[in-house]
Write a protein that binds this ligand. Structure first.
Ligand code: AHR
Length: 634
């Protein structure tokens, strides 16, 4: 039988154990969770009118001019100058959205823009268009203030129908001249109804996982192709019109686009990331650039004697998150609406950086941060090649440095995940801890050019994760990556959650992540077969935890074979309620996927089971299944 030694607490399970890794890849933020519907709202994309189509009934070259006021406003240099000579002429700009706009019937849409004019005369008349170009919502905006300064005007209106690929036509009425900028439209059903906020269905998917942490903002976007394009958190806070956008380094989505149209506007910036963590009870894990650009592309480095501004960014970030309102950065947080601290406890320095150059930079960051905040945890990066020399070198050196936590990434085949379920069984228990910061099973099955997010991959991840859980003494955090992907703008597959403009669904891997996170327990206890950890014998993989607060024993068991496996499970040293709960995730077919039309083809099914005398369960693990058995202690 499988023996679960319920009173033998092996180690604690960290509250941060299972989390999520957020990156603006695959239209994850702009065009995704950040609910802005207007693409290129401030004319700052490399082609200033990208996303906008101009229509006019007669050719007037000077009617629309993009002006660059670089010397006066470096964060948002461009605006659109409209000069309309005749009131009865037609002039309109139509925004295509990010792969169209998802519009919901009867929902309120909040439009706003900034303008400046010396005399009133021009007005805006809005038309929301459906996929066929039919009008499904109208409004007029009154913009009558005059003067040198910028004003904001807004109007809200309801759509009369739904559209998966809507557009917004902005008709320019009247005559005269007006400068416009920050043309914006949000649905009113954002997460928590926050104006200018996040797409609620996508946040809900995260909230439903109850993640222990959110790692943000990436990934490679932290590094940038070169340092000028690295993520700089200070450019992502404050009024949105002052957040300087940059091109997103993930512009190679399928189908390939001849002109990059993926930018980071930072409407979802560091304040909003902290707020999101707060909302869903996740620990914040920001990652900062360590003074190195992406080494897969360039090896642009900041010389060590010029690293101070980078280190200062890290120190200031801690103050932004935790400082009181009398500190420079704490005050900025309070001005954005959060006077209470965010209680930041950890940060990552560098992403997938390597070599002695990384170690030198990490050491300088560590010294400065720990000098000021001795208990602050620093996550060091060790890259993507868990069997490579570079990886071994870094891990050895990082352990010598006594790094707090090492971030390992593994994008591997399902068979790798199965054979690595014991990866941390012999890892030293002292010193550096592990963050499985990015991982995903990459199935061999490819359909229409996409590696499938199928049950084969998810099952292998579930098996591997029994090993992470069993080794919670050293594995303190883990997260799947990438998190989100838009069906019409993705970099690579697989990804955890798929969205289009109106819908989202979790892949089988999503449900694996969720089951672990919702059943993380407080302490690991042994789950043994013939006295050994269960990591492939009879195609079974298993781990067990107790939850001391909920008084539960939770057993996770993967059957990776095509056959049912019958096993008695005996729970030692516990008084159990005879009613127990069994949740099974699975499919007899390894290639099963979830889709927009069948989002729950692979999803958890819960039933009641009975514990027999002697704390015994006669259990049949279904073919290709992941079972979570929850027992109540008396
Ligand atoms: O998850 C996508 C990318 O994969 C991340 O940005 C990077 O860290 C990894 O290589």
């Amino acid at each position: 039988p499988v023996i679960v030694k319920a009173s033998q607490l092996v180690s604690e399970v960290q509250p941060t154990m299972w989390g999520v890794f957020f990156e603006d890849i695959n239209l994850g933020a702009d065009g995704g969770i950040y609910a802005e519907l207007i693409k290129n709202r401030s004319f700052e994309f490399s082609k200033p009118m990208m996303g906008w189509q101009v229509t006019q009934d007669f050719f007037d070259e000077g009617a629309l001019q993009v002006i660059n006021r670089l010397d006066k406003n470096t964060a948002n240099p461009r605006f659109l100058r409209i000069t309309k000579k005749a009131a009865d002429s037609k002039l309109a700009i139509t925004n295509e959205g990010f792969r169209g706009m998802g519009i919901k019937k009867g929902l309120r849409y909040d439009f706003s823009f900034m303008y400046r004019q010396t005399a009133a005369g021009i007005g805006l008349s809005l038309e929301l268009l459906n996929n066929e170009g039919k009008t499904i919502g109208t409004a007029t905006v009154s913009a009558t203030a005059v003067g040198d300064g910028w004003q904001k005007a807004a109007v809200s209106f309801q759509s009369t129908d739904s559209a998966s690929k809507g557009r917004l036509r902005v008709n320019i009425t009247g005559s005269g001249s007006m400068d416009v900028d920050m043309i914006s439209m949000f649905p009113s059903d954002t997460w928590k109804g926050r104006p200018g906020g996040l797409r609620a269905d996508m946040v809900q998917k995260l909230a439903d996982m109850k993640p222990g942490f959110i790692r943000f903002p990436g990934g490679c976007i932290v590094e940038g192709f070169d340092l000028s394009q690295r993520y700089q958190w200070k450019n992502t806070i404050g009024p949105i019109e002052e957040r300087q956008l940059i091109i997103n380094r993930w512009n190679f989505e399928f189908p390939h686009r001849s002109t990059p149209d993926y930018f980071q506007t930072f409407g979802l910036g560091f304040f909003e990331y902290f707020q999101l963590c707060d909302d869903i009870g996740a620990t914040a894990l920001p990652i900062l650039n360590c003074g190195m650009a992406c080494q897969f592309n360039t090896a642009e480095l900041v010389p060590l004697d010029q690293l101070d501004p980078y280190i200062q960014d890290a120190l200031d970030l801690i103050e932004f998150a935790n400082g009181d309102v009398n500190t420079v950065w704490g005050k900025k947080r309070a001005e954005m609406g959060h006077a209470a601290p965010f209680h930041l406890k950890m940060m990552g320095v560098g992403n997938e950086n390597w070599g002695p150059q990384y170690l030198e930079r990490l050491q300088l960051f560590t010294k400065a941060i720990k000098a000021k905040y001795p208990d602050f945890k620093i996550i060091a990066s060790s890259g993507t090649d868990p069997e490579g020399k570079r990886f071994d070198f870094l891990n050895t050196e990082l352990r010598k440095m006594n790094a707090d936590v090492i971030d390992e990434h593994y994008y591997r085949s399902p068979s790798w995940f199965l054979s690595n379920a014991g990866r941390y069984d012999n890892y030293p228990r002292d010193g550096a801890k592990i963050f499985g910061g990015e991982y995903a099973g990459h199935s061999d099955k490819v359909v229409d050019g996409k590696k499938q997010n199928n049950w084969q991959a998810a099952l292998a991840e579930a098996a591997f994760m029994t090993g992470l859980e069993r080794n919670a003494a050293v594995v303190h955090m883990a997260s799947y990556a990438p998190l989100f992907a838009h069906s019409e703008g993705w970099q690579w597959t697989p990804d955890l959650i798929w969205v289009n403009n109106l819908q989202s669904y979790g892949t089988p891997s999503y449900y694996v992540q969720q089951l672990y996170s919702l059943n993380k327990g407080t302490h690991v206890v042994p789950a043994l077969l013939n006295g050994e950890a269960i990591k492939g014998q009879d195609s079974l993989y298993a781990s067990a935890v107790v939850d001391k607060n909920a008084k539960e024993i939770i057993i996770k068991l993967v059957n990776a074979s095509v056959r049912p496996v019958l096993k008695d499970i005996v729970i030692e040293a516990a008084k159990l309620d005879k009613n127990a709960e069994l949740t099974v995730l699975g499919s007899e077919e390894l290639w099963t996927v979830n889709t927009f039309s069948s989002p729950e083809a692979v999803s958890p099914k819960t039933s009641q089971i009975t514990v027999s005398a002697g704390n015994k369960l006669s259990f049949t693990a279904a073919p290709y299944s992941f079972s979570v058995i929850k027992l109540k202690m008396k």
